[in-house]
Design a protein around this ligand. Sequence first.
Ligand SMILES: Cc1cc2nc3c(=O)[nH]c(=O)nc-3n(C[C@H](O)[C@H](O)[C@H](O)COP(=O)(O)O)c2cc1C
Length: 179
Amino acid sequence: MSKKVLVLSASPRRGGNSDLLCDQFILGAQQVGHHAEKIFLTEKTINYCTGCGTCLNGEKSCPQKDDMAEVLEKMIAADVIVMATPVYFYTMCAQMKTLIDRTCSRYTEIRDKEFYFIMTAADGSKRAMERTLEGFRAFTSCLSGAKEKGIIYGTGAWNMGEIKGKSAMKEAYEFGKAI
Ligand SMILES: Cc1cc2nc3c(=O)[nH]c(=O)nc-3n(C[C@H](O)[C@H](O)[C@H](O)COP(=O)(O)O)c2cc1C
């Protein structure tokens, strides 16, 4: 069965290491007939959650008029969600956290999704990604029926493109192919 795959690429560097891993994942997914779309978050206008509380009783939607409504529709419609971030100061980058906070108005509708996490860091150790991974898991723990299906550790990559030739590239492709 063909699945809808939504890839959320949060690095500010288009063609950077995590973005390259996203593309590998997509390549694998498309190879076996899934429909995959990547959203490059920094090209969208996604403001911070203001904590106004308008959405909290579930009757009113978020009053902010930016691109988040469109992103949320796609998250709700997807079968598979891939979240990709560079490690910044041993946690996720601000673009990804901002997106997560803005799911507040509709996160209860993001149900029964399969999740993959992609992380990149200069540090060569997977342990350097623990807190980033915990951040992702904190989010998915709030979602009904979320299933964590795979983690791609893009360790040891500082400069743009340094991830090329590392095993994470193949792993991302294989994860995409196996969904
Ligand atoms: C603001 C900033 C903070 C960073 N913090 C860390 C860090 O805490 N640990 C680490 O290993 N690498 C850190 N890095 C390096 C990036 O994680 C690394 O360059 C990564 O490959 C970037 O992924 P991208 O190309 O997808 O943006 C940092 C880079 C920047 C710009």
